[in-house]
Design a protein around this ligand. Structure first.
Ligand SMILES: Cc1ncc(COP(=O)(O)O)c(C=O)c1O
Length: 448
């Protein structure tokens, strides 16, 4: 899909940017990625003028698509014209905090930072400060950003750095368990319960799947945390204000975490992160408490304005109705296509998230399946074979997905996230016609 202008830009970029990009995933597809010229609603246009239906949507932040509604744009322009930032508090920060706290049940007070990574790092520091303990439990295949405590792989008995440059001493404080495996997490608490500061988990695996929770899994985590005195940190960086609408995934799944991390949509397309939770725990942060957290750009007025107006727009318009309906349509259409052409594959996702997982083993029955994305229903004929962990997703036909399927979709004008693992997103700018066109592309490719 890469045209001559993108190739020239990449050639130029590798002289001044490491690997030619500022985030590794943007180097895909190999050998040279397409450079974006601009966005148009649900589409992007690349440096060669080719237009693609975009389901990457900035990896999640663009709930409203590439064209911001007039009101959102005006609020951003106003904040830019007024400053654009001061290193002193503004009313916008209070308004966005009040908006989030009034919609997300577990959140009383917040601290705004600048990325999801900053949010998860600070939340874990706060949990360690609150409990006086050091270990954290994370999910294998979960993603919480590029911090030493999360760049860890392996098992609770043999955890090790997943990146060069991360000391083993960090890895030893991180206990990775398989998502959806109650027994595994119970065993970890039996062994390390007195040392565990927090369980950090996404409500669903959004960076290694999508894998939704089996019934009762989050309740088990909640119970284990309560029994041992650990905190439950829910990482809603992807799902916040996308899954479950304004109440977020914790509302949809009935989870009551101690702390929640947000980012992406909360900044309306600008860099943001946030930690929210019960005031009693949150006041551990300085200046109220003793846990250090600080940032020049924290609560940046332009970001606050963009996030606030985006969320207000979602509240006042049928944004979630629209994106979730498109999601249902897309996932149920995919389910029909795979039943005919690739019955082993699993349609995954919920609300406005979707992915077709190229799983290898499926049951022969094609009746009684979840109709619009795997819900981990125990009475579904696929229940025993649909992926429940990150490892189960990784065991799929990942090379076929990346080398054969992804380029074929791009040739059909549909831009998916360039690996088998990361979620794809619908936006308010996508239309029924876009979804129909996307289903035609899947049908063409999977039936050939
Ligand atoms: C669940 C989750 N947590 C944390 C992060 C890190 O966020 P950021 O890239 O803003 O640092 C991500 C990024 O995609 C994420 O998906």
């Amino acid at each position: 899909m890469t045209g001559p202008n993108s190739k020239k830009l990449y050639d130029r970029a590798i002289s001044s940017l490491v690997g030619g990009v500022n985030s590794p995933v943007r180097a895909d597809p190999q050998p040279t990625p397409a450079f974006v010229d601009h966005g148009e609603g649900g589409h992007i246009v690349d440096a060669d003028g080719s237009k693609y239906l975009d389901y990457i949507m900035g990896y999640g932040p663009l709930l409203l698509g590439h064209d911001l509604p007039e009101l959102v744009r005006e609020a951003i322009d106003e904040a830019v014209a007024a400053g654009p930032m001061y290193g002193a508090p503004t009313e916008l920060e209070i308004e966005l905090a009040e908006f989030i706290a009034s919609h997300v049940k577990s959140v009383e007070t917040l601290r705004f930072v600048n990325s999801g990574t900053e949010a998860t790092s600070a939340a874990v520091r706060l949990a360690r400060g609150h409990t006086g303990r050091e270990k954290i439990v994370v999910m294998q295949g979960g993603y919480h950003g590029g911090h030493e405590s999360f760049l860890v792989k392996g098992t609770p008995e043999r955890s090790r750095p997943s990146s060069a440059g991360v000391p083993q001493a960090f890895a030893e404080q991180t206990l990775p368990v398989p998502f959806n495996d109650e027994q595994a997490v119970r065993s970890v608490f039996e062994r390390h319960g007195d040392d565990i500061a927090a369980v950090l988990t996404e409500p669903l695996l959004g960076n290694h799947g999508i894998v939704t929770p089996v019934e009762g899994y989050h309740e088990t985590l909640r119970d284990l945390c309560d029994e041992s005195g650990a905190l439950l940190i829910l990482d809603e960086v992807i799902t916040g204000f996308r899954v479950g609408g304004l109440q977020c995934a914790q509302g949809k799944y009935g989870i009551m975490p101690d702390l929640t991390t947000f980012a992406k949509i909360v900044g309306g397309g600008f860099p943001v992160g946030a930690i929210g939770g019960q005031a009693e725990i949150m006041q551990g942060f300085r200046p109220a408490g003793e846990v250090f957290e600080s940032g020049t750009f924290n609560g940046h007025p332009v970001t606050m304005a963009a996030g606030l107006e985006t969320l207000r727009y979602a509240e006042e318009n049928d944004v979630y109705g629209h994106v979730n309906e498109l999601g249902e349509h897309l996932r149920s259409g995919l389910q029909d296509i795979v039943e005919d052409h690739a019955p082993a594959y699993t349609v995954a996702g919920t609300d406005s998230m979707f992915k077709l997982l190229f799983t290898r083993n499926g049951p022969p029955e094609t009746t009684g399946h979840c109709q619009s994305g795997c819900e981990q229903r125990s009475d579904c004929p696929r229940f025993r074979t649909c992926p429940k962990t990150g490892a189960a997703v990784a065991a799929g036909e990942t090379d076929r997905w990346k080398r054969v399927f992804w380029p074929a979709m791009a040739e059909h004008g549909v831009l998916l996230t360039p690996n088998q693992f990361e979620s794809q997103f619908l936006s308010y700018a996508h239309t029924e016609a876009d979804v129909e066109g996307t289903l035609d592309a899947y049908q063409d490719i999977l039936s050939s």
